[in-house]
Design a protein around this ligand. Structure first.
Ligand SMILES: Nc1ncnc2c1ncn2[C@@H]1O[C@H](COP(=O)(O)OP(=O)(O)OP(=O)(O)O)[C@@H](O)[C@H]1O
Length: 424
């Protein structure tokens, strides 16, 4: 059996080899068409996607933004079953806290416990711990015990929570909240008529460009009285938005949202082409609910806060469990402006990408077409110094390309075929 070259011989062979691409000029309509289609596809991608859609001739800058909000509105519950809560409510009582970074909270429903002071009273029965007791059985109420979800420290006694229910007595802010669930429907459903003025100033520091969503070229009289309306070409830039409009745009029901509370997102997008006049740089508003409405546990949004006061030397407080809608304003955007550097870089990478057409065509021609073996033979050529081919010294047919340059005519392949040499 003949022995192959040793490892050393192979290494020497590999080191002292050189590959040079060979240009095979194929005159074939099918191959030519494939080549042009691939080239056209790449050119279309470069022009359509890179330059037109992605604006590959522009430099892009990030946005810096500040937001402030002001609400207006007066609400009246128009119900008789809510006792003390049946009064006129305005912004000063409903927006908690009065100013918030990038958003605001509006209270739409509440459980109010007035005139609390530190003394002893019956614990609420729904704190998630068994606080039931009788005069004679206070085993659930060990003195000094503090329950995490409760309202105070057990005194060891039993007290009347209502005429029918007795619970452990506590030392704490009394009386405790008398209701477990918020009023239904929400006390201040009318808050949907409230409006918010959104003031958003943005800048693109890279281009030294600043703009506000309160557009300077709009009439101040119009701006004061307008209401945002996404389907109107002018009103869709109005910075005063009704709360109900935002909730409807987010496909939510204000009644349900007002009762249990929730979180809404106000998204302002600035997508600016600074090659155009600054009047074309405009905000686009969208609204979405950003908390889970269908959560089975702890749905909605609420929190507690208290207002403290002192009367006849005693500290009192009004405890408010506030249910409502928190609106978070999220600003995003970018600006683009012509710059020669991205333009040249994208032209350069586009031209480089055209080389892919050759690779794809080679794959089709050398591996997929029927005549692939014929083309393979013409494409790959082994030149060994030891062989006495003398390719460059004696061309086979004077006047025709040979060696590194070879021209293939369709008739040539046809002849080969008729001889039964190639293809299947
Ligand atoms: N949420 C809103 N809905 C409707 N109009 C509003 C709202 N917020 C402000 N405005 C009105 O827009 C204008 C500009 O408001 P801005 O807060 O800059 O001025 P202001 O004089 O402090 O307002 P005001 O004293 O009325 O709160 C004012 O006329 C104001 O009444």
């Amino acid at each position: 059996m003949a022995e192959g070259p040793s490892v050393c011989q192979r290494i020497v062979q590999v080191v002292f080899e050189y590959d040079t691409p060979r240009i095979v000029h194929i005159k074939n309509k099918k191959v030519g068409l494939i080549n042009r289609v691939i080239q056209l596809g790449i050119i279309g991608y470069i022009i359509g996607w890179v330059f037109v859609h992605k604006k590959g001739y522009q430099d892009f800058g990030d946005i810096v933004s500040s937001v402030s909000t002001k609400l207006k509105g007066v609400a009246y519950p128009n119900r008789t079953d809510i006792g003390d809560l049946d009064r006129v409510w305005d912004i000063a009582g409903l927006v908690v806290p009065p100013q918030q970074r990038d958003g605001f909270f509006i209270m739409t429903n509440m459980i109010i416990t007035p005139d609390q002071r530190t003394t002893t009273c019956a614990e609420a029965p729904w704190i998630g711990y068994n606080v039931s007791c009788t005069e004679t059985d206070t085993s659930n109420c060990p003195a000094g015990h503090v329950e995490l979800t409760g309202n105070g420290m057990f005194t060891g006694n039993c007290a009347n929570f209502s005429s029918e229910v007795q619970t452990c007595e506590i030392q704490g802010w009394c009386p405790v909240e008398q209701q477990d669930n918020p009023p239904s429907p929400a006390v201040l459903e009318n808050a949907k008529e409230f409006t918010v003025l959104l003031k958003n100033t943005i800048s693109f520091p890279l281009f030294n460009f600043t703009k506000r969503n309160i557009l300077d070229d709009y009439d101040p009289g119009y701006l004061k009285n307008c209401r945002f309306n996404n389907s109107d070409p002018v009103d869709k830039y109005c910075p005063i938005i009704k709360l109900d409009t935002m909730v409807k745009e987010a496909n939510q029901d204000f009644t349900a949202l007002a009762e249990q509370g929730g979180i809404m997102g106000i998204f302002i997008v600035w997508d600016c082409n600074l090659d155009l006049h600054s009047n074309h740089c405009l905000p686009h508003y969208t609204f979405r609910r950003i908390d889970r409405a269908d959560s089975r546990f702890s749905a909605g949004y609420n929190f507690r806060y208290a207002r403290y006061y002192r009367e006849n030397g005693t500290d009192y407080r009004t405890l408010i469990k506030a249910y409502g809608i928190r609106f978070d304003v999220v600003v995003s955007g970018r600006a683009g402006k012509f710059n020669i550097i991205p333009l040249t870089m994208n032209i350069g990478s586009g031209l480089a990408l055209l080389g892919v057409a050759t690779i794809l065509c080679d794959i089709v021609v050398l591996y997929l077409l029927k005549k692939r073996y014929f083309y393979q033979e013409k494409k790959y050529m082994m030149v060994d110094d030891d062989d006495d081919l003398k390719l460059f010294a004696k061309p086979k047919q004077p006047g025709k390309l040979s060696g590194k340059y070879e021209q293939l005519e369709e008739d040539q392949t046809i002849n080969q075929h008729s001889n039964g040499s190639y293809g299947s």
